[in-house]
Design a protein around this ligand. Structure first.
Ligand SMILES: C[S@@+](CC[C@H](N)C(=O)[O-])C[C@H]1O[C@@H](n2cnc3c(N)ncnc32)[C@H](O)[C@@H]1O
Length: 235
C-alpha cells in the first residue's frame, strides 16, 4: 500500500444544493433514508442533509488525517484551485456560479460546514481507501458518488473502477448515482459502455440521466444504477 500523504490529498467539496442538482434529487423524498456519500471530500451535503432529517454517512481517504490539518489544507486547496480555474475559465459555464468569487464562497462554505459537522458527528465520517468499503452488505438505501469515478480516468484504471463498483453494489440496497460520466477534460469516460454492460450482466439496471447542473462543460449526466437485490451473482 502506498504511504498516505496529506500533500497528495485535495480537500475540496460541493454544497448541498449542488448535490441536489447534480444527482437530480428531491430532498423531501430522502427523509428517513440512509445515504452514503462516497467519496465525500469536504462536502456540505451531509451536514445540511442531517439538519433536514436525512441520514447521511460520509467516507473518504482524506479522513485518515487530523481534522484541523485537513481544514487548513482545504483552505489552501481552494485558493490554489481558484487560481487554476481563473486560467481555464473557458472550460466552465458561469451560470450556476456567476463568477470566481461566488464559486470560492461556495467552496469555503462547503468546507466550513463539513468541518463543523466532522467535529460534532465524528462517527459519521469514516476513513476508507477505495475500492474497499468497510460497511455491511445492503447498508444504504442510496449511495452517491461525485467527481471521482470516470472523472479521474487518467489515474484510476478500469480494474479499479470495476472493483469500486462491486463494493458500491454490495453496500447499496436500492440505488447508486454517479456524477458525472466525463473525465477532467470533458470527454465521456472511455470505458463507459463496458461499465454499463458489466453492471447489466450482474442483473442491475442502468440509466444515463441528463441533469440540470453543468458547471464543468459537458459534465451534465449522471449514471443511475437500480440495484437488483435478487441477483444470483455473488460479489
Ligand atoms: C474531487 S473530490 C470529490 C469530493 C466530492 N464528492 C465532491 O463532489 O465535491 C475526490 C475525493 O476522492 C477522495 N479519494 C481519492 N482517492 C480515494 C480512495 N482511494 N478512497 C477514498 N477516497 C479517495 C479524495 O480524498 C477527494 O476527497
Amino acid at each position: 500500500m502506498d504511504q498516505l500523504r496529506l500533500d497528495r490529498i485535495i480537500f475540496i467539496g460541493r454544497t448541498f444544493n449542488e448535490y441536489i442538482k447534480m444527482f437530480n434529487l428531491n430532498a423531501n423524498m430522502l427523509r428517513n433514508k440512509k445515504l452514503l456519500d462516497c467519496p465525500a471530500g469536504a462536502c456540505a451535503f451531509a451536514s445540511k442533509g442531517k439538519a433536514m432529517g436525512i441520514h447521511i454517512k460520509s467516507c473518504d481517504i482524506a479522513y485518515y488525517f487530523d481534522k484541523q490539518e485537513l481544514f487548513e489544507k482545504g483552505k489552501a486547496d481552494i485558493n490554489h484551485a481558484m487560481e487554476g480555474i481563473k486560467q481555464t475559465s473557458n472550460l466552465y459555464n458561469w451560470t450556476y456560479f456567476n463568477d470566481i468569487q461566488e464559486l470560492k464562497q461556495a467552496r469555503n462554505q462547503a468546507l466550513e460546514a463539513c468541518y463543523s459537522d466532522m467535529l460534532i458527528n465524528e462517527s459519521d465520517y469514516l476513513a476508507v481507501r477505495l475500492p474497499d468499503l468497510p460497511y455491511e452488505n445492503n447498508s444504504f438505501d442510496l449511495l452517491l458518488s461525485a467527481h471521482f469515478l470516470f472523472m479521474y480516468a487518467e489515474h484510476l484504471d478500469y480494474e479499479f473502477h470495476l472493483a469500486c463498483l462491486n463494493e458500491m453494489l454490495r453496500v447499496a440496497k436500492d440505488e447508486i448515482r454517479i456524477f458525472p460520466v466525463v473525465d477532467l477534460s470533458g470527454k465521456p469516460y472511455q470505458y463507459l459502455h463496458e461499465i454499463l454492460t458489466y453492471i447489466n450482466d450482474l442483473g442491475h439496471e442502468t440509466e444515463l440521466i441528463k441533469v440540470d447542473y453543468e458547471f464543468q462543460k459537458n459534465a451534465h449526466t449522471m449514471l443511475k444504477i437500480k440495484v437488483n437485490n435478487n441477483t444470483s451473482v455473488l460479489y
